[in-house]
Design a protein around this ligand. Structure first.
Ligand SMILES: O=C(O)COP(=O)(O)O
Ligand SMILES: [Mg+2]
Length: 222
């Protein structure tokens, strides 16, 4: 029998990382001669990777060109790489919940559209690496979510089976990724989702890590 696996998204699911992404976005926008964007705007730009975040920030503040994109993304990454956990922390209850799942023998991994190096550094800095057998971030040789491949690759690395895996995320991108990979999905609604997701029942949604809500959401699957 295959192992019981849970794969988590990172930004907006396990960690509140938007304040550091917001700071990096505004440093990069100022270098491009643009106005700042708000935290709420940046939250709405998260989910499809840093390239798309920068593209959306540029389009929200003026015209977009490929050249501007390249320079602004480079400025964004230069700042972000030095400030991945200045303002970022796990959501309340996350560490305790992961401890319980690990003690129960659940095998866990991360599948995120955040670039691989900062994703791994953030998990290390926040004391989360010890829970995960695989941390799969965005890489040039791998399609990004909602393509199913990063999630399927994460599950393979954990020696799991997609039908006995849960993917836990906070966005429509995560929901579509799970659907594309035929993996059961649970939504953390306390993250960065800014429009409702169709076709999810109340037992597939939880809004806090700090009480039994998450455990309830997992009932019957792990
Ligand atoms: O970098 C992003 O845009 C999103 O990251 P996530 O996949 O961990 O939510
Ligand atoms: Mg997310």
């Amino acid at each position: 029998m295959s192992r019981q696996v849970i794969v988590f998204d990172l930004d907006g699911t396990l960690i509140h990382s938007a304040p550091d992404l917001h700071a990096a976005a505004n440093v990069a926008l100022r270098a491009a001669g643009r106005e700042d964007v708000s935290l709420a705007q940046v939250i709405s730009f998260i989910g499809n990777g840093v390239g798309m975040l920068v593209e959306r920030a540029l389009k929200a503040t003026g015209p977009w060109t490929a050249e501007l994109q390249d320079g602004t993304l480079a400025a964004f990454m230069a700042f972000y790489e030095q400030n991945t956990t200045t303002l970022t922390a796990p959501y309340a209850g996350v560490t305790e919940c992961l401890e319980e799942l690990q003690a129960a023998g659940v095998v866990m991994g991360i599948c995120t559209n955040k670039p691989q190096t900062p994703a791994r550094e953030i998990c290390e800095a926040l004391g989360l690496s010890r829970f995960f057998g695989e941390i799969c971030g965005a890489r040039s040789d791998l399609a990004r979510k909602p393509d199913p491949e990063p999630l399927l690759q994460t599950i393979r690395a954990l020696d799991g089976d997609p039908s006995r895996t849960l993917y836990v995320g906070d966005s429509a991108v995560d929901y579509r990724t799970a659907q594309n990979a035929a993996v059961p999905f649970r939504l953390f609604s306390g993250g960065y989702l800014n429009h409702p997701l169709p076709n999810l029942g109340p037992d597939q949604i939880f809004d806090t890590w700090a009480d039994a809500g998450f455990q309830r959401a997992l009932t019957g699957l792990v």
